[in-house]
Write a protein that binds this ligand. Sequence first.
Ligand code: SF4
Length: 438
Amino acid sequence: MTRHETPEIPNPDMVPAPSTKGCRNAPILKQRGQHEVFCGLTGIIWLHRKMQDAFFLVVGSRTCAHLLQSAAGVMIFAEPRFGTAILEEGDLAGLKNAQDELERVVQDLLARRTDIRQLFLVGSCPSEVIKLDLARAAERLSAQYAPKVRVLNYSGSGIETTFTEGEDACLAAMVPVLPDTDARQLLMVGALPDVVEDQALDLLAKLGIENVSVLPARTLDSGISVGPNTVFALTQPFLGGTHAALERRGARHIPAPFPFGEEGTTAWLLAVAQEFGVDQAHFDAVTDAPRARARRAIAKAGETLSSKSIFFFPDSQMEIPLARFLTRECGMQAIEVSAPFIHKGIVGPDMDLLDEGPTIAEGQDVDLQLDRCRNARPDLTVCGLGLANPLEAEGLATKWAIELVFSPVHFYEQAGDLAGLFSRPLRRREMLRLEAAE
Ligand code: SF4
């Protein structure tokens, strides 16, 4: 395995231009074999915090209930906004009418929880295996409980999915029922922590971009709509289904690098600003100060990261934009950047900026990929929870990909924290090494 030269860190005062040696057209290693991923139910953990009047009812097994309960760490006295309608053996064997059972559960839930305005019926592996028609159930229940409650369905199953597809499926399910509009507007798409979303909206307002909505909205009554004069910018790279659903409604995507780090955030904002005719002087006036803050914050963590090598296993679908950030802004060397899916219409602008050199891989054959990782001995490996412990035991420093979705990492004010997420495991390993040497 050869490592490519340390990429030149771009002059931060320049608006990034596509690298002449970007990897958009680099060969992609495509592998299909055993893969190690979490299921799409995981998205409920951050979506239920974001959508304040929603409830996520998983139609699944006790395993699904345990996954959610342990991953969300909900205290038992809290009233969570998710739950599981557990399919019992009788349902699975077709002995009972699962549709009737589900309707009864929904009736009880809505009678008890009058705060619920949006109910998502979330499919799982067991509900898909018995071919329970949740779309039909959602349609019937929506008609029954409208206008107070909107009932939608999507799949969070772990059959051939990766964990971020849950959010994508949820957002895509909302698009067809959004009201029509002819208004010229920007839709910012992706579930961000409220504080990060507010920062982004503040920047857009300062740029003079009016009429901005966010999908997912915090509540059902937020007035979000879509139509042929809507343009949308994604804040997460795993929203391929939502992207397609919005285009079907006539909206147009603004392709841009993702707002990770100073450079990515500037490029993302610039793409939106250009769409709305914001002049460069005004753009600079708004972004100069936060850009400088972001650069200072990144430089601090960058001292640990500079010249270190990194290997990405496919998990969150954020791998390509993160590799772009870590190589160009933190001086890391990417050995392999693999993602579960590579949608060039979405991550193409990040691929333009990511220098050629690392292996770009799509999909996974986990044993072969582990061999490549062991041979390369990267300084840092980004992977799922299932691979992290074994790799740590083999002396490799790891970063859990799922943390990148749970942590506030977007836009200028989080750029230093994003770099810090990658520098911490390296510093911890160095401290352990020094302690062992004493
Ligand atoms: S949806 Fe499938 S993979 Fe996810 S917890 Fe349930 S059974 Fe497991």
